[in-house]
Design a protein around this ligand. Structure first.
Ligand code: TXA
Ligand code: MG
Length: 333
């Protein structure tokens, strides 16, 4: 059994920090999702992260810092808007992509000339990184392409013996990953919608960030297929849920429905209600998908969420989950 360390215990946190400093892999809670941590300066430890996740080596990792003052150790220059964003949103669910400093291992950046940095808001994450005393590289603690974990037990189910320890901090408060903003170029670009809505970034930037665009660097959170359950998942407008569930059930499929609305499709084997507010929806989403994925359904139908604000992150993850779960290919054949 993998070791689970209680996050509220100072001695356990010091032990976790010691494991990281010695090149170990430690999963820990952040306010967004659980991260799979390794000492960012240690290429061998970072290589173990890629092996544990089954992640291609050219996809970069986010380096977690204890405070914004550490940015200068990892970024060769910090443009003025990056300082303003850090002041407003750190600690918090925002990752800034900056020109990398000399000495940042290629293993972390996937060989790119930029590095992703974030100061997490979760008390345990900050204390852990502060105790390590240097940057902690941490992707979400799931197998490549799968659903991110928002509870310690999800990490154990995903990665098990591949990690040296898991720090348990209970369920994550935000529930979807950080917003990634590339501030290394002339105009800030939104690489991934996340816990900080683009509208909030615009208040600081004076304009909406540009969309990622086709030239965006390789980044698995941006692959069309990602965050996927094993059960085929489909996004369906709320008004069409009943008809779609009926059509699938007529073919003998056991259908689960996930909706933030009042729909109750009679043909569904299970209908699960989601919170109607984006914050509650995001917090609950990944654990609900895991639960449904384990329920032996043939198909998961999810009501299309609203747009704007934090809903953009929810909609983005659901679209990628649909693309990654095989429902679409199956429809074509
Ligand atoms: O909320 C989060 O961001 C969580 C927690 C643990 O902090 N981490 C997370 O890491 O979601 P990961 O590796 O699952 O997703 C990070 C994304 C990836 O798509 C990665 O390619 C991208 O950030 N990324 C990291 N560094 C980058 C860079 N220099 N340029 C472009 N994309 C980058
Ligand atoms: Mg991830």
């Amino acid at each position: 059994m993998v070791r689970i360390l209680p996050g509220g215990d100072e001695r356990a946190l010091r032990e976790a920090a010691g494991l990281l400093r010695r090149g170990g892999l430690v999963a820990f809670p952040t306010e967004t999702v659980y991260g799979l941590g390794a000492l960012a300066r240690d290429p061998a430890a970072v290589a173990r992260v890629f092996a544990a996740k089954g992640r291609p080596a050219d996809h970069p990792l986010i380096v977690h810092l204890a405070e914004a003052g550490w940015m200068g150790r990892w970024a060769r220059t910090v443009p003025e808007p990056a300082w303003r964003l850090a002041e407003r949103f750190w600690p918090g669910p925002l990752t800034l992509v900056l020109p990398r400093a000399e000495g940042v291992p290629d293993a972390v950046t996937g060989g790119q000339d930029t590095v992703g940095l974030r100061v997490p808001a979760h008390r345990i994450a900050r204390r852990l990184v502060a105790a390590v005393g240097d940057g902690v590289a941490a992707p979400s603690a799931n197998r490549f392409g799968r659903i991110s974990p928002t509870r310690a037990e999800d990490v154990a189910a995903e990665l098990g013996e591949a990690v040296d320890a898991i720090v348990d901090g209970g369920p994550c408060a935000v529930g979807v990953e950080s917003t990634i903003l590339d501030v290394s170029g002339a105009r800030p670009r939104l690489l991934r919608p996340g816990g900080i809505p683009a509208e909030a970034l615009a208040e600081v930037l004076g304009e909406m960030p540009a969309p990622a665009g086709a030239a965006a660097p390789r980044s698995p959170g941006r692959l069309a297929a990602h965050y996927a359950p094993r059960t085929p998942l489909e996004l369906v407008p709320g008004a069409e849920l009943a008809a779609r569930a009926a059509a699938l059930a007529a073919r003998g499929a056991r259908v689960a429905v996930l909706t933030h609305g009042a729909e109750r499709p009679a043909a569904a084997a299970v209908v699960e209600r989601m919170p109607a507010q984006a914050e509650g929806y995001a917090r609950a989403l990944y654990a609900r998908l895991r639960g449904l994925d384990a329920g032996g359904f043939d198909r998961i139908l999810v009501a299309e969420p609203p747009r704007g604000g934090l809903w953009e992150a929810v909609a983005d993850r659901l679209r990628r989950a649909a693309a990654g779960s095989g429902a679409e290919e199956e429809e074509r054949t």
